[in-house]
Every structure is written in C-alpha cells, then in structure tokens.
Design a protein around this ligand. Sequence first.
Ligand SMILES: C[S@@+](CC[C@H](N)C(=O)[O-])C[C@H]1O[C@@H](n2cnc3c(N)ncnc32)[C@H](O)[C@@H]1O
Length: 282
Amino acid sequence: MKSENQNKYDTARKVTEVYYDSPDADNFYFNIWGGEDIHIGLYDETPEISKASRCTVAYMAKTIANLNANTRVIDLGAGYGGAARYLASNFGCKVVCLNLSDVQNKTNRRMNLAQGLDDLVQVVHGSFEDIPEPDAKFDVAWSQDAILHSSNREQVIAEAWRVLKPGGIMIYTDPMQADSCPAGVLQPVYDRIHLESLGSFAFYRDVAEKCGFTEFRKENMTHNLSVHYSRVLDELERNYESMSKISSKDYIDRMIVGLQNWIDAANTGYLAWGIIRLSKPE
Ligand SMILES: C[S@@+](CC[C@H](N)C(=O)[O-])C[C@H]1O[C@@H](n2cnc3c(N)ncnc32)[C@H](O)[C@@H]1O
C-alpha cells in the first residue's frame, strides 16, 4: 500500500502532467511565455521575452567550463527543449530531455528533427523524482524553473546527485520564496502551481549539503522575476483576443489573476529567483 506522502507526490505529479498537456497551457506557454524557452529571462539587455529567456540559457552555459561533444547533460523538466538544442548546437553536448508532458515532448522531438539535432537530443517521458537513467551517467544535471512543481524537491536533488558522475555539476534556476518570507503570505502564489510551498536558497543549501554536494554557489537574480511576470502579463493582455481563440477564456482570465499575484508577491520581497550551482566531489 502506498504511504500518504507517496499519494501526495503522485497527485502533484498528475496535476502537473495534466496541466502542461492541456491545450490551454500548451498554447499559452508556446505563444506568450517565451516560445521554446519557458522560464524566467534576464532582462538587462532586452525587454523581449524570448530573447531574455535565451539570455538565461546562454548565461548558465557560460558558467560551465569545457562544455563539448563529450559532455553528457540531463535537463530535468525540459519543456520544449530550448536549452538542450542550445547546448547541442553550440557545444555538441549530448542531452537527455526528461519531461512529464508528452505534449511538450512531441513538440521538442519535432523541433530537434527540424534542426537536425535529433541525434544529439534525446527526449524521455518521466519524472525527475524518479529519473529513469542509471547512476553516474551525466556530467551536468541542468534544470530551469521546473523543480518548483515537485512536492518532494529533496528527492529531485538526490536523484540529480545519483545520476551525476563524480566531479559532475548540477546547475538550476527555480522560482523560490525569499529566505525571510513570513509564513502564510504566499497562498495565492502557491494556488497557481497547485502546491503548498516553494523552495528557497536556504532550503536548497541545506538539501545540497545533506545529499553530499560539496559546493553551493548561488547567484541571486530576483529582480528579473517581477520584470518577467510583468512582461508575460503585458503580452497576454495585448494578445487577449487572439489567445482567447486558442486557449479558453476562463484559463486566460485565471492566468491574468495568477500572474498579478506573483508580481505583487515579488514586489513585496516575498519571492526569489536565481541560479544555483552544486558540485559532486570527484
Ligand atoms: C516552467 S516549465 C520549464 C520548462 C523548461 N525547463 C524551460 O525552461 O523551458 C516547467 C517544466 O517542468 C516539467 N515538470 C514538472 N514536473 C515535473 C516532473 N515531476 N518531472 C519532470 N518534469 C516535470 C513540466 O512538464 C514543464 O516542462
């Protein structure tokens, strides 16, 4: 018989899978959020969502020394695979995209094929709480704005540790709550992702240490969070009529409220976002 916790994890996973597989979400993320990159962008050089989102990928890649054709990467919660194609086409890396959403996986495979990258990018359906890959296979575990969806984030970091080679690194971004966030103020934010909590820099530092990672480096880039959600909200409102034809009006109206809740929480200082980098010892 499954434990109460296991049932909770299964439910959270199913809710996320059904959500990202829905035409409502698929149309919204692909058309408004940033195209093939559906994470928070870096806005220092551009106000354009897709360009800013690509800047995040490029910036993260730049922090990893010696990416090359021998580098094996796993992208945990890979969405449409934008980062994988960037790593494959710029450095020749071999990337496994692990993702729960088969609808996104289909688009990912189609784009890999169209760009001649299907020999370097493999798309696998599965959950990052239970990675369907052997121990010590990867040099880099990469993830962007996906682990927030887990109801067992400790398990995700432990799984990343397991599939990394000795000397491997985990690099990821995640929308989080601020270390100083008071209890009980983020319910409207949690509601948008159907969860009861977010991670935080302090939480991830603690978990990384427990797993055995020897280095915890964080780059706090929270100022981009409110800019990104505001830009997505602007675009959604500007394209309200056309988007209502491909996603339901009810979904879009709820998304507008949800985005505003995130912007408000970010402006109050309750949220955090940035890049975390962990090293597995040799
Ligand atoms: C906001 S999107 C980010 C996608 C991608 N990392 C990017 O930056 O473009 C979150 C992604 O996490 C995936 N995801 C959520 N829970 C997951 C799980 N338990 N296992 C694998 N993927 C998951 C979703 O399907 C979705 O693709």
